[in-house]
Each structure stands twice: as structure tokens, then as C-alpha cells.
Ligand binder design. Structure first.
Ligand SMILES: [Zn+2]
Ligand SMILES: [Zn+2]
Length: 334
């Protein structure tokens, strides 16, 4: 249970699945930027206290009436609880439902032993480890952003920020056949991307980004910029570092206003897209990618902790210089 800056254990009753619900015994939990931001008070959609955890895998422990999924099956969770009635839901965009409740953000999540949720958010999947299943959500966010931008093989994509979401965006951009550049302030993260994901160019975000991009693209600039930094300056710079006719996708959320020059925006005929969460299709694309090896999870999970020691581990992971790319919490009995 998280209060601002304080994560502590709390004993709660084991939930009983209602009709249509699945009781999931959690096996592995991915720790995400959202969790870290919530811990520090920088998450805009957050109230305390809260059980964190939206990147979840486990096994079906029990089911309520009318549920088809069987006990004992390995599952991952789609953590975006949507209302089914609003304008977004009616248009098949439950990922940006007006009443969305994200597990571990708007309602209690799965950083706990058991969670009971409606069957449509629980997806049975064989052939992947629980840790892989726990990072499906994280990769899905990048997959969704790439799908929003409709990236083609002749695009040059700049992914700003090489955290877990950025790495998902890099991998899906590469799958589209595009040339992929990545920018970050941390040199070791850039090196990690070069060594693991065959990116085509590295951009030092502390240097002259415009000049580096010009050199890497023969003066054309990236035709797609995907922001995974949630940094105001980086987000604003996208407008002037974009190719004419290009697209910007803002994935990361920042608790601030962002501004840019309208002539710069207009002269490029910029397409500006927001990308929120992911849809079931993105989750399925990620699972397929992990199964057929086009998507790499190897090396991505840099840190792990048992549930029994997670409070201390979590504190360490939030420290600058911790070197965490992706951390997972494994249940002690997993
Ligand atoms: Zn996440
Ligand atoms: Zn809705």
C-alpha cells in the first residue's frame, strides 16, 4: 500500500470473485515509471493510499459464475478498466475511456497476492514466463504509439527517451522497417539501445540535438518523433526537430503545459498525436512478438526482488543512478 513516499505492507482479505470475475494469484509484477512517479508525487492521475501494480501476471486461482477461462491457467492482465458506454468506448477506444480506471492508479492494483477482476481484462497465454507476461503491458504502450503513427519502412523515427516505454517504441519501429534514432541524456542507456536493439543512430540529448539530427538525416530530420520522456523541453523541441510533413506522438504524460511556435508547427503541416495506454490488439502484438522472438525481453529486466523484500528494493530502484531499466517483483512462492 502506497502513501506519498511511503510504501508499506498491509493485510487485506482475500477477494472472492463475483459473477464474471477471475481471481488471479499474482506471480510477477512489473515496476513502471508510473509507480515511481506515484511514489514521488509526480503522477497526475493519482490519489493515496493506493495498492500499486498494473503490470501483472499470474495464474487463475478461482472464477466467478459465467467465466470461461479455466483455473490454473497462466494469464496476464490488461489493467485499463473502461466503462463500455462513453464516446471513446463506443468507438472501440477503451484505452482512453472518459471514466477509465487503471489498476494501481485510479483503483487498487496488483502489487499484492490476489486480485479479482472482470474476465475481459484477463488473458490466458501459454509459452511465456511470468516475468515476460508481466512486461507485456509496458511493451504494449510503445506498440500502441507506433501504431498511432502508422510507421512505414521509409520513415526515420526519433524515439526520445530510452526507458522501458522508449525501448518498446524502438523495437516496434524497427519491426516496421523504419530507420530508428534514439535520444537520451544518459550515455549508458544509449549504449544499451545500440547494443541490444540495433538502433541506427544515437543522439546525446545534453548536446546540440538539432545539429545531431540534421547530420544523422542529411538535413531531412525525423519524419516521426515519439516522445517517451515526459520532459517539457524535449516535448517542445519535437516541433522544431521534425521533418516537414512529419508526425509527433506524445506518449509520456507531463504534469505541465507545453507550448511551441505556431509558425514552426504549421509550416511543417505537423500531425500531432497523443497516445494513451494500449488496446487488446497491442497486447496481442506484443505477446506474438515475444513468442516469435521479434521482440526481445532478454536483458530488459535488469532488477528483480522477491515480494517479501520489495519495500527496500523499491526504495533503491527510485534512486538516481540505480541503473534500473526494468524491475520486476516476483512472488516468493512463484
Ligand atoms: Zn506501466
Ligand atoms: Zn468508457
Amino acid at each position: 500500500m502506497l502513501s506519498l513516499g511511503v510504501l508499506e505492507y498491509k493485510q487485506l482479505d482475500k477477494p472472492t470473485p463475483k459473477a464474471g470475475e477471475v481471481l488471479v494469484k499474482i506471480k510477477s509484477i512489473g515496476v513502471c515509471g508510473t509507480d515511481i512517479h506515484a511514489y514521488g508525487g509526480n503522477q497526475p492521475f493519482f490519489e493515496y493510499p493506493r495498492v500499486l501494480g498494473h503490470e501483472l501476471s499470474g495464474v487463475v486461482e478461482e472464477v466467478g459464475s459465467g467465466v470461461a477461462i479455466e483455473k490454473g491457467k497462466a494469464v496476464y492482465v490488461i489493467p485499463y478498466i473502461s466503462c463500455g458506454n462513453c464516446v471513446a468506448c463506443r468507438n472501440d477506444k477503451g484505452n482512453c475511456c472518459t471514466n477509465i480506471e487503471v489498476l494501481g492508479v485510479h483503483r487498487d492494483g496488483g502489487m499484492c497476492e490476489y486480485i479479482s477482476i472482470p474476465e475481459k481484462y484477463v488473458v490466458q497465454t501459454d509459452g511465456l514466463s511470468f516475468n515476460d507476461l508481466a512486461v507485456v503491458e509496458c511493451f504494449s504502450i510503445g506498440a500502441h504509439a507506433v501504431r498511432r503513427a502508422d510507421i512505414k519502412a521509409d520513415d526515420t523515427v526519433l524515439v526520445m527517451g530510452s526507458g522501458p516505454i522508449g525501448i518498446g517504441a524502438i523495437q516496434f519501429s524497427k519491426m516496421s522497417g523504419a530507420k530508428v534514432l534514439v535520444s537520451d541524456v544518459a550515455k549508458e542507456k544509449l549504449d544499451f539501445c545500440r547494443d541490444n536493439y540495433a538502433v541506427d543512430g544515437l543522439v546525446d540529448a545534453l548536446g546540440d540535438v538539432t545539429q545531431q539530427l540534421s547530420e544523422l538525416t542529411n538535413g531531412d530530420f525525423p519524419t516521426v518523433i515519439i516522445d517517451c520522456t515526459g520532459n517539457v523541453k524535449a516535448m517542445e523541441s519535437a516541433v522544431t526537430n521534425l521533418a516537414h510533413g512529419g508526425k509527433i506522438v506524445y506518449v509520456s504524460v507531463v504534469k505541465a503545459n507545453i507550448t511551441f511556435s505556431d509558425p514552426e508547427f504549421h509550416k511543417r503541416e505537423t500531425t500531432l498525436l497523443g497516445s494513451r495506454n494500449a488496446t487488446r490488439e497491442d497486447f496481442e502484438n506484443v505477446v506474438n512478438g515475444l513468442k516469435n522472438g521479434t521482440l526481445k525481453s532478454e536483458g530488459f529486466i535488469t532488477h528483480s526482488s522477491k515480494f517479501s523484500s520489495m519495500v527496500e528494493s523499491f526504495k533503491n530502484w527510485t534512486q538516481p543512478g540505480s541503473g534500473v531499466i526494468k524491475a520486476v517483483i516476483e512472488m516468493d512462492n512463484a
